[in-house]
Design a binder for this molecule. Structure first.
Ligand code: ADP
Ligand code: NA
Length: 330
């Protein structure tokens, strides 16, 4: 394929994806299938950097894959696989570990945040080298671009640095990837606290729209979203973060531009906006949930599909790893 290649991954630990995962990431993955040679991984190796129950992890990995399929990834148009099914990721990661400085890894802010939260005694070495495994995940596919959120930018910089280091030490081997800041990716905020982003770990249950929640739960959460004491439906992140978040969600799912929505809701109260946002969200999540249930109802077929994805991924991963190992002197 002469299309630019992209690689992206999502952790299986989330259970249900939330609206931010879809509108900020997964929806762009679906679009990139049409223009790019796209590799998408459920990154279960990354998941065990914190303790996981084995049966729970296996189920969560299937559920993540089912949700990616339910959101529109098509195994005929992209390579969808589970990271642990491609052992070359860890083989290449060792080389990358040896090319990454201890201090360099120590500067990763996501590690500092995560380890501070659980304390040094409960921080695994795996959590420390997580960004280096991510370096291998990306470089092993010779990815040209990596669609990422702002929170991952530092890891992409590390990936570029390590790729350049390898190339200058051993000769040109790896494509140096660029971050792909996707058009149309929306940042979604917590419904109860629209100053923070909607997040599995930081949001309260009422602030988080899980894509697999029953429609009634979703509608109720949206109708209870925090707004402000005014009445005017207008997009203004500074003074109306709650209303702006609802307009963003509506626009992203309905395709109606925000100014048009402002016009539509002129002279109407927040309740009318919330009711319509609830309808728009439930209108999308209902068929999504049915598709996910369909994939989850046949785990053997899902496993076969993921095995085919891993086979496709391994063709590239094995070739890159063989070349890198040869260059290193193995
Ligand atoms: P969480 O923050 O809930 O743990 P992850 O960190 O697992 O979510 O993110 C998975 C993907 O979803 C990433 O690409 C991330 O940038 C994106 N994402 C997560 N939360 C949001 C949000 N509130 N708005 C937009 N994108 C988001
Ligand atoms: Na996160």
């Amino acid at each position: 394929s002469d299309r630019p290649r992209v690689l992206s991954g999502i952790q299986p630990t989330a259970g249900s994806f939330h609206l931010g995962n879809y509108l900020g990431a997964v929806r762009q993955w679906v679009a990139l299938q049409e223009t790019h040679d796209a590799f998408y991984a459920v990154v279960d190796l990354h998941a065990i950097t914190v303790p996981q129950d084995p049966a729970g992890l296996r189920e969560a990995t299937r559920l993540a894959a089912a949700q990616l399929l339910g959101a529109g990834l098509d195994p005929e148009r992209c390579t969808l696989f589970v990271q642990s099914h491609v052992p070359e990721h860890t083989q290449l990661a060792w080389v990358m570990n040896c090319l990454t400085g201890f201090g360099e890894a120590g500067r990763m802010t996501q590690f500092k945040d995560k380890s501070a939260k659980v304390g040094a005694e409960h921080t695994s070495v795996g959590l420390f080298t997580y960004p280096v495994l991510q370096v291998a995940d990306i470089l092993i596919y010779q990815a040209d671009e990596v669609p990422v959120g702002e929170d991952q930018r530092q890891h992409i910089e590390l990936t570029r640095d390590v790729a350049e280091r390898f190339n200058s030490r051993y000769g040109k081997t790896f494509t140096v990837p660029a971050p792909h800041i996707t058009k149309g990716a929306a940042k979604i905020y917590d419904l109860q606290d629209p100053q923070i982003k909607m997040s599995k770990s930081a949001s309260s249950p009422k602030g988080l729209v899980n894509l697999l929640d029953p429609p009634k739960t979703t509608a109720k959460k949206i109708r209870s979203a925090v707004t402000d004491t005014g009445t005017e439906v207008r997009f203004d992140r500074e003074t109306k973060p709650g209303v702006s978040n609802l307009l963003t969600i509506h626009s992203a799912l309905s395709g109606i531009a925000v100014p048009e929505l402002e016009e539509k809701f002129a002279g109407r109260l927040y309740g009318a906006l919330k009711a319509e946002v609830a309808d728009v969200v439930v209108g999308w999540t209902t068929p999504f949930r049915e598709r996910v249930e369909h994939y989850m109802s046949d785990p053997a077929e899902l496993d076969r599909l993921l095995a085919r994805g891993a086979e496709k991924a391994r063709v590239v991963a094995a070739a890159t790893t063989a070349e890198a190992y040869d260059k290193v002197g193995f």
